[in-house]
Design a protein around this ligand. Structure first.
Ligand code: SAM
Length: 245
């Protein structure tokens, strides 16, 4: 779900080392200017994207139901963007507990602030590759259309950070692209991702996101195909004890 025109140039570079930082700690693959510009029309484009499938609200609500936030919980929204989900999750917390949205784009976070009047939500501008939180801080963590934005090695590191900051027994929830099995949805999502996203996003669909999640230490409990399998929702847990699950 992204500004490919401004992001091209990373395509085909899946095996590069993306660990380097430029400027003020910004990862070399990340395009701050692109996200700044994109923040203005991101919500409009996401709305347009989901329009033929019954509208964005429906899928956002479905993911929030999947996360099932409960009052009193500490929840982390990784790559929160303009905060659409952060606001919905804050609503479910009913003033008890907190959802924290993290994104590297100050412009996206500014948009997010505008959506949440609720004290149950806070935002941080930070690189999710090193989350600015202590180990075992959150009951639940989620990432929606954020993981496909990251080069494979960085994605693995981010999942590692989510593991570190999640409490033992806590839940990880992911919503992202998936390479559908049926021919028509497969063609549609393949064409979309290959046209508008980076090569890393397509590789993520080929290599299997579940494997990366398990490699970070999580146990995958549920995998749900969405919209004919063009998207996927994954629920995984951080085992309470080594060997649990
Ligand atoms: C496609 S948007 C998804 C936004 C939101 N989660 C949603 O569902 O609409 C991806 C977001 O990931 C953020 N992002 C990408 N790499 C990041 C990084 N290393 N650290 C923090 N945020 C990052 C971008 O700034 C952007 O806001």
């Amino acid at each position: 779900m992204v500004p490919s025109a401004v992001k091209k140039g990373r395509a085909g570079s899946v095996s590069q080392d993306w660990s380097k930082k430029v400027g003020a700690g910004v990862p070399v693959y990340y395009k701050p200017e692109c996200w700044r510009k994109f923040s203005r029309f991101y919500d409009f484009l996401v709305g347009l994207f989901f329009l033929p499938f019954g509208g964005e609200k429906r899928y956002r609500a479905r993911f929030v139901d999947f996360i099932a936030p409960r009052p009193g919980e500490q929840v982390l929204d990784v790559c929160c963007g303009t905060g659409t989900l952060t606001a919905l999750v804050a609503g479910r917390l009913s003033g008890k507990g907190r959802v924290t949205g993290v994104d590297l784009s100050a412009a996206m976070i500014t948009k997010a602030h505008g959506k949440v009047a609720d004290l149950s939500a806070t935002f941080k501008t930070a690189d999710v590759e090193s989350l600015p939180f202590a180990p075992d801080s959150f009951d639940k963590e989620y990432v929606s259309f954020g993981l496909h934005e990251l080069p494979a090695g960085v994605r693995q590191a981010v999942l590692g950070e989510m593991y570190r900051t999640l409490k033992a027994g806590g839940g990880l929830f992911v919503f992202d692209f998936n390479l559908a099995k049926s021919p028509l949805p497969r063609l549609a999502i393949r064409t979309f991702v290959r046209t508008f996203e980076e090569a890393d996003a397509y590789r993520m669909m080929l290599d299997g996101l579940r494997l990366q999640i398990e490699a970070a230490g999580f146990k995958v409990k549920e995998w749900r195909p969405v919209l004919g399998g063009m998207f996927q929702m994954i629920y995984a847990v951080k085992p309470a004890e080594k060997g649990d699950g």
